[in-house]
Design a protein around this ligand. Sequence first.
Ligand SMILES: Nc1ncnc2c1ncn2[C@@H]1O[C@H](COP(=O)(O)OP(=O)(O)OP(=O)(O)O)[C@@H](O)[C@H]1O
Length: 303
Amino acid sequence: MSTAAIDIDHLTKTYGTRRGLTDLSLQVRKGEVFGYLGPNGAGKSTTIRTLLDLVRPTSGTVRVLGLDPRGDAVRLHRRIGYLAGDFVVDGRQKAGECLTFLAGLRGGVPPHRIAALAERLELDLDARIKSLSKGNRQKVGLVQAFMHRPELLILDEPTSGLDPLVQQTFLDMVAEARADGQTVFMSSHIMSEVEAVADRVAIIREGRLVALDAVADLRARSFLQARITFAAPVPVEEFAGLPGVTDLAVDGTTLTCRVDGSPDPLIKAAARHTVTGLRADTQDLEELFYSYYTGRADSGIAA
Ligand SMILES: Nc1ncnc2c1ncn2[C@@H]1O[C@H](COP(=O)(O)OP(=O)(O)OP(=O)(O)O)[C@@H](O)[C@H]1O
């Protein structure tokens, strides 16, 4: 039996003469959180819509939970939580009514579960949808995707419009879904939005897959840029040759260096003096990711 929750095999989609996707092959494993990154127009939504049979491949195949979305769409929809990039529902309804209706389509959801999700996201279920802000509408979309505890969550730009606190709540929900054995496939155009929860990330550009890696492996390849200031000048010799420390420069009371691996030797050496300031920035994972695959530092995947 296949362990893939999503299996995309040589998928090509053209819209007339326009490119959508070109020969895309990708597998999402059961139980993982997979971040699907790419700039605007890269083909993220096209990929996701194919999984839901909302667009049909020009060539290639797609399997979701072992089924063909073209033939098994109805069965699949109950097992999937889907948040569209352009989530729209009838604005005249109250948020709660809308969610109860959608819950019925999914075979029923205990009302307390909807209430708990709404409370967590601070969504007012009595508000009419048309009166809600973009971010609050997005919360309705999130509740409907999560409420029936689907085996597979497919989320197109789920954090779009959410403020940072709600974004964090959403990331917690994703982590919990993963802990419960659910699979999450989520798109984003910003690495920092997904790196905290994703097991693996892929980057797509101009309809093609350009990179795919485990976040833990990326982290292991990343390094710290450290800057320490001292109350009095420090001798450079005390820091030269410390394990993992390179690009060392001491300018009077300020030391800067790069640290690969554990920062412990540097911290212990610094602690022999009076430290007045410490700053350590982790290398941007997205930059690292992209440069690793292309040999170029510019990721071109900005907000
Ligand atoms: N219905 C359509 N008709 C024609 N071209 C389309 C259609 N849908 C998508 N495209 C084209 O396919 C390409 C990929 O679009 P897609 O929406 O999949 O990208 P995306 O990565 O989701 O971008 P965004 O982050 O902006 O949502 C774009 O060039 C887009 O113009």
